[in-house]
Write a protein that binds this ligand. Structure first.
Ligand code: SF4
Length: 311
């Protein structure tokens, strides 16, 4: 039974990614309007040792011995990973394993803390979210804990980027009607143009059914217009251009089981094709397992054809 490691999962930006989840479900400094998981259960910006780093690393080593080399070991999951006070130790140990490069997906909220910046230096890649430079929009989109100030967060990311030698890809979560005005985009453009070592920008949107009615999905046309208005000299890609899941050879030491599907869907709704690729299984096998899970009332198919868990 795994507690901290999930996947490998197909990731829009990372190919085959083995996930590391360091916080209890929905422990987060934000409570984003667009969060796919649920409302934040433990809303905090206090760092803590939510789990024993040694246990995480033990489980990680064990999973790595069972699977083919993933493209990335990604620290993300069901909460904000920089809230874990052992993040630096875990990243340092991942580096020693030499199994795959490490990546941290962060909501950026703790970048004002020097210790967080120092720990994140150990990651090979950072995917921070910066959806606005406007405090009011920040409050509306992310619903942060009351002590967080956007200005300090943005300054912290600038300080970090200046010295970081890994790669940075900023995610902008486009929320139509909130952060897509000309003024909002101009503010983001000015900030991103001054962010050292920024390699690329990813325009995300609520591609899956949002949990809250207030948030709308941006279509490809809106994202294209957003990209044009950003006018950056680095690659800017969108959620709709990242649907290709790379094929993967079958190196599992055991046949896929329906529990593997549950673990994948817990973090990431998937199409049948994606499940076939990630679990290296025939279409009939995946379909049979999905039928079994439907009968058990555990999964359902969404209107766009992806499979997801039933709460
Ligand atoms: S930062 Fe991530 S986990 Fe936290 S509320 Fe926002 S989307 Fe959900």
């Amino acid at each position: 039974m795994r507690t901290y490691i999930f996947g490998p999962v197909p990731s829009r930006r990372l190919g085959i990614s083995l996930g590391v989840d360091l916080t209890p479900t929905k422990t987060c400094s934000y409570d984003c309007l667009y969060c796919q998981l649920s409302r934040t259960r433990f809303h905090t910006s206090e760092r803590s040792q939510f789990c024993d780093p040694e246990e995480v690393l033990r489980e990680l080593r064990s999973v790595l011995s069972e699977i083919a080399r993933p493209d990335w070991i990604t620290i993300s999951g069901t909460g904000e990973p920089t809230l874990h006070s052992g993040l630096g130790l875990i990243l340092a140990e991942i580096k020693k394993l030499e199994s795959a490069p490490s990546c941290v997906i962060t909501n950026t909220s703790l970048m004002h803390l020097p210790e967080v910046r120092q720990e994140l230096m150990l990651a090979d890649r950072l995917l921070p979210t910066v959806s606005t430079v406007n405090q009011r929009s920040f409050q509306r989109i992310h619903r942060p804990t009351s002590n967080l100030r956007l200005e300090r967060i943005l300054e912290g990311l600038q300080l970090f980027a200046r010295d970081y030698t890994g790669s940075i890809e900023v995610e902008i979560f486009v929320c139509p009607g909130i952060n897509d005005s000309a003024e909002e985009i101009a503010g983001l453009r000015d900030y991103l143009r001054n962010l050292a070592n920024l390699e690329s920008v990813y325009l995300n949107t609520a591609v899956r059914v949002p949990l809250e009615g207030e948030i709308k999905t941006a279509d490809q046309g809106l994202l294209n217009n957003f990209r044009t208005a950003l006018n950056l000299a680095i690659p800017v890609t969108t959620a709709f251009e990242h649907n290709f899941i790379p094929p993967r050879s079958s190196d599992w030491n055991r046949p896929a089981a329906s529990s593997d599907i549950i673990k994948l869907l817990l973090r990431h709704p998937c199409s049948e094709k994606q499940l076939e690729q990630v679990l290296s299984s025939a279409p009939d096998t995946i379909l049979a397992m999905l039928c079994e899970l439907v009968t058990e009332g555990k999964v359902k198919q969404t209107s766009n054809g992806d499979w997801t868990l039933i709460d």
